[in-house]
Design a binder for this molecule. Structure first.
Ligand SMILES: Nc1nc2c(c(=O)[nH]1)N[C@H]1C(S)=C(S)[C@@H](COP(=O)(O)O)O[C@H]1N2
Ligand SMILES: [Mo]
Length: 529
């Protein structure tokens, strides 16, 4: 007796979806294992994610950062997995109807991953392997599952209303594949950790040498110690992180090299970390800010950096700034993951503390913040100054070369704009009437902050009390005592930089060279009693 097709259609579909999903899990797990052996960036999800990051239009990127903040990478990864799951389910549905077509979709996904991996910076042909192996695995597993699912039950006759297949055999196969995938995924993890073990050990072994030129202690009054106010020095774990890397590059300090070359470089240099550390080490407090920071946003942090003066190194290589007749006006830094960041040579060599930093707040750089060596230049947004995982410095011109973000509609040059932020009270805070400490930070790196003013409900500007200044390259805390009265109120802040220029109230977005406008916070003050 033949099974009633209308009854078997639904289980058939379910089997297809399950087969597709299980095949995708197996493919991904095997690809992860393979990518641990090749390099973590070659994992299909990471490669596709990286390619998407590079292709994302600037408006979408800014929207995503605004919406998800530093969780944007996690959201992207989950999004890719969700799309993959849908396609896998469709491939499974297709496969129970027409097996070759389903297999082609499964394998095709491997090709997409491989293409993405090959498009990544510094990619070699080996980077395609994890995706290809993963695609083949997925197709193979899909074949096994679908043939098992459509194989007649042992015993021949199919009682009506039951599945026309060996249900138990299918279940056993699914279980075996899932167990195998978990094992492959676990092995991939272990192997991945093993692969970066050299880098991890090199960081653990790395003892920061003492500074040749220590920074003076942070002035006692720099930290106003108002509850809810950002600390003057941002602890590494709280320091914002903005980069395009879906896996943090783990660079081995022992094999790290920096190459300095290009236009007007009389004596090209290639240095290892030891040779870099042979030079005088300068300690300097610098506030780093991101051009993607909205008015009032969180992408600003202040740290005590330790590093070699970049200007000295460039002079050693025979570089002259444009003002002294040098032919190159742009210094292009390149990271191990292919990021390029272009900085004005003039700014780097004008006497400011432009550093090749190796230390952050008394520790070697965290991997996420550029271990072993990154750039930091006071007064310029991170995307034009602060290359992490640095590996190359090339002298060229702005006319001849556009760095990564410049090709994505950001300005070639971007000095930090004067900004101020209310940290406390928080937006929409419910406050008791009476004395409230309104406090925050203000920054205008390399110009310094001379004054901060606050106003309530568009009233007259009132001078805030400033924390002690720690040079012109860091932010400055401020506090203003407010006698809060019941009702809804808007607090606004503006700063005056060291040149006497008042922060503009004109609101502009982050693109192309940094947001402007005054930060405003709305609060609700409760009635008495
Ligand atoms: N290699 C690399 N360096 C990079 C970036 C990046 O994406 N890759 N992002 C830059 C940007 S936009 C900023 S704002 C700073 C942020 O540094 P942080 O993550 O240490 O705070 O790093 C800069 N250096
Ligand atoms: Mo940035």
């Amino acid at each position: 007796m033949k099974a009633d097709p209308s009854r078997s259609a639904r289980p058939r579909r379910t089997l297809g979806v399950v087969s597709g999903l299980v095949a995708a899990i197996a493919g991904l797990a095997v690809a992860e294992l393979a990518s641990a052996a090749v390099r973590p960036e070659a994992s299909p999800v990471t490669a596709v994610g990286g390619a998407l990051v590079d292709l994302t239009p600037v408006a979408v990127r800014e929207w995503a950062i605004g919406l998800f903040g530093t969780a944007d990478k996690l959201v992207l990864t989950l999004g890719i997995i969700a799309v993959l799951a849908v396609v896998a389910a469709l491939a499974g549905l297709l496969a129970v109807r027409h097996l070759p077509a389903g297999l082609a979709v499964a394998g095709g996904f491997g090709l997409v991953g491989a293409a993405a991996a090959l498009s990544r910076p510094e990619a070699s042909w080996r980077d395609a392997l994890p995706s290809l192996v993963g695609g083949l695995t997925a197709a193979g597993v899909l074949y096994l599952l679908v043939t098992a699912a459509t194989r007649p039950r042992p015993g021949g006759a199919q009682p009506s209303g039951t599945w026309p297949m060996d249900r138990r055999g299918f279940g056993r196969l699914v279980t075996a594949v899932l167990v195998g995938s978990a094992a492959a995924g676990f092995a991939g993890r272990r192997l991945g950790a093993h692969g970066s073990a050299g880098a991890t050990a090199s960081r653990a072994r790395f003892v920061l040498p003492p500074p040749t030129v220590p920074a003076p202690p942070v002035p006692a009054g720099a930290d106003l110690r108002v509850p809810g106010l950002s600390l003057f020095l941002t602890p590494d774990r709280d320091f914002y992180r903005v980069d395009t890397a879906l896996v943090v590059p783990r660079v081995d300090a022992d094999t790290w090299r920096l190459r300095i070359h290009g236009e007007g470089v009389a004596r090209p240099l290639t240095l290892g970390l030891r040779e870099l550390l042979d030079r005088p080490l300068v300690e300097h407090d610098i506030t780093l800010t991101c051009v993607s920071n909205e008015v009032g946003g969180p992408y600003a942090g202040n740290a005590r950096w330790l590093g070699v003066r970049l200007a000295d190194l460039l002079r050693e290589a025979g570089v002259r700034p444009p003002s002294q007749g040098g032919p190159a006006d742009q210094l292009v830094a390149r990271s191990v993951d292919g990021m390029t960041i272009g900085t004005p040579v003039e700014a780097v060599m004008d006497g400011r503390a432009a550093l090749l930093a190796i230390g952050m707040n008394g520790q070697p750089l965290p991997f996420a913040h550029g271990f072993p060596v990154r750039m930091v230049v006071p007064g310029l947004y991170g995307y034009v100054s602060a290359c992490k995982w640095l590996t190359e410095l090339r002298l060229t011109t702005f006319a001849a070369y556009d760095a990564y973000w410049v090709r994505r509609s950001w300005a070639q040059q971007a000095p930090v704009k004067t900004q101020s932020r209310i940290d406390t009270p928080r937006p929409y805070a419910g406050l008791a009437p009476g004395r409230v400490a309104v406090a925050g930070v203000a920054w205008a790196q390399h110009r310094g902050i001379e004054g901060v003013e606050v106003r309530v409900d568009g009233g007259p500007w009132q001078r805030a009390r400033l924390g002690a200044a720690d040079g012109v390259d860091t932010w400055r805390q401020w506090v203003w005592p407010w006698e809060a009265t019941p009702g809804r109120h808007t607090l606004e802040v503006r700063a005056t930089d060291g040149t006497g220029a008042v922060q503009t109230g004109v609101r502009t977005g982050t693109v192309p060279d940094g947001a402007t406008g005054w930060h405003a916070v709305e609060v609700q003050v409760k009635d008495h009693g």
